[in-house]
Design a protein around this ligand. Structure first.
Ligand SMILES: [Mg+2]
Ligand SMILES: [Zn+2]
Length: 215
């Protein structure tokens, strides 16, 4: 069903906006699975404790779930983009087997110093840029103001900030002590993905027991 441009009144636009979905954007490596440098094979995909249950919970709460991942393995020439998708499919199957649905997967294959010339560029999608989040929001009609980004690095936090979503830093993976150290404070800190999902559950119900950045 489409909306003809002529019929688009202000109230109608408001109504449409009200139907935009809430989303939880998730970093992958260090947030859902164990942090590994340049993961390239299925045996390196190790689900973190409780990660599948957390995603299942977010889906139950009605959130659209999308993985947003920088994958410099492509720029390094270790995997092709198709290889990244194939590897990720293994993870999605494992999650699905545990009732945890991921609705979309976005990854950035670029790097400013890429070995593979084709992927050597300063792009808008590589986190901390918000390109992948904004693209997902456009395509899937997501209300960014009601959405979250969960990740384990300051790069994730800044990407979320740049996209205008609420940010949750988890203490798994790099746990905020990533080598990049962008100047970006998360809205919340959680021990791990399950704790982040519980926090989102509380915030969704308006009962926030807020944990704030303590630095
Ligand atoms: Mg990470
Ligand atoms: Zn990119």
């Amino acid at each position: 069903m489409g909306i003809s441009p002529g019929a688009r009144s202000k109230s109608r636009a408001k109504k449409v906006a009200a139907h935009r979905r809430r989303a939880v954007f998730l970093d992958r490596d260090g947030t859902i699975i164990r942090q590994v440098e340049l993961p390239r094979k299925p045996s390196q995909l190790r689900l973190l404790a409780g990660a599948a249950g957390a995603i299942k919970r977010l889906k139950k709460e009605g959130y659209f779930t999308a993985i947003i991942s920088n994958q410099p393995v492509v720029a390094r020439g270790i995997l092709t983009p198709a290889g990244v998708v194939e590897l990720n499919e293994v993870l999605l199957k494992r999650l699905a087997a545990r009732g945890a649905g991921i609705d979309a997967f976005y990854f950035c294959p670029h790097h400013p110093n890429a070995d593979v010339r084709k992927y050597r560029k300063t792009c808008a999608c590589r986190k901390p840029n918000p390109g992948m989040i904004l693209e997902a929001a456009r395509r899937h009609r997501i209300d960014l103001r009601k959405s979250f980004f969960i990740g384990d690095t300051t790069q994730d936090v800044l990407a979320g900030r740049n996209a205008g979503v609420k940010t949750i830093l988890v203490r798994t993976g790099h746990g905020g002590r990533d080598p990049w150290q962008y100047k970006a404070k998360p809205d919340f800190i959680a021990k791990d993905l399950p704790a982040a999902a519980r926090l989102i559950g509380r915030l969704s119900k308006g009962r926030s027991s807020v944990i704030s950045w303590e630095r």
